[in-house]
Design a protein around this ligand. Sequence first.
Ligand SMILES: Nc1ncnc2c1ncn2[C@@H]1O[C@H](COP(=O)(O)OP(=O)(O)OP(=O)(O)O)[C@@H](O)[C@H]1O
Ligand SMILES: [Mg+2]
Length: 358
Amino acid sequence: MEYDAVTEYEPDDETLSALPQTGERDLETTLRPRKLEEFVGQPRVREQLELVLESARRRGVPPDHVLLSGPPGLGKTSMAMIVAAELGAAIRITSGPALERAGDLAAMLSNLAPGDVLFIDEIHRIARPAEEMLYLAMEDFRVDVVVGKGPGATSIPLEIAPFTLVGATTRSGSLTGPLRDRFGFTGQMEFYSDTELELVVRRAATILDIPIDRDACAEIARRSRGTPRIANRLLRRVRDYAEVRADGEATRAVARAALAVYDVDELGLDRLDRAVLSALTRSFGGGPVGISTLAVAVGEEATTVEEVCEPYLVRAGMLARTPRGRVATPAAWEHLGLVPPADPGRPEQGGPSLFDQD
Ligand SMILES: Nc1ncnc2c1ncn2[C@@H]1O[C@H](COP(=O)(O)OP(=O)(O)OP(=O)(O)O)[C@@H](O)[C@H]1O
Ligand SMILES: [Mg+2]
């Protein structure tokens, strides 16, 4: 078995990662859309949310709890903040991993004012006791605080203000049933189309005062992996290139040259994506192969491969999930400049020549 993919993937190359980079947070805040109508793309989630929020506003009650799910960088945090802004409510922000003990959550909940929005990021990582406390809080706006230990322990019911929980997750599948059921509305965020990303890029260029033409916007959009966070980042790299190596104006030629420097391929696949495809085709003959084996081959956590990388490869038509494991599609082989086997997914029929491609 060859594991050549390991050497190809350098985790510190972050230009194309859908995850936020260190020091990028402030910039992300600047670029975050503040209102629903300013939010580009996600027409379905936007329309559904608009109805949920407007109806609650008319009835004068906090809206149902909202779950936002989807891969990193598609705008879940932005959307959570918009929910609060549209309601004219304050937002308290925490995350699943921060709620290790039920007491942490109880403190958070008891400090809420009526109508506040509580945003729990990465809600699938919430600890069990906190999660159980959340059930009652979401349903009855009440928590039971346990005082003392053993047989003498008593539970004191505590009223909390009616609030709206907004949860965000990159893994809605790993939410427990009872938690998922308590959300009145789930917004499934999808990858953005090139046209939508073009608007994202143009909007960011205006805010950051970057001179860029239409073609350059389109070029960046096309290579952004369907993800606004990446689009905004590539825009900044193109700006750098335009300022240092050109006359400051970002044209298509400048954008192409800049993206080549940063090793962004025509489809915007990042190194991890390419490492996964490379392992899948070169090392495993196209699959099927299990996600954990694949993750080991590229030296990454299985969850990263599954949550960050796989959704886009599936959407780009390069990788298929089958009951027996992950399979490379003919498009994956072609993208890597390899010849797809006659019957993909059955390496034994392709013969040993499959492994001789490079
Ligand atoms: N629809 C959009 N229009 C314009 N910019 C957007 C949009 N969605 C996201 N962005 C930009 O992309 C960046 C990432 O968005 P956000 O932080 O909301 O993503 P996320 O889904 O919460 O990611 P994560 O899963 O990593 O927390 C932000 O800087 C934001 O400005
Ligand atoms: Mg987020």
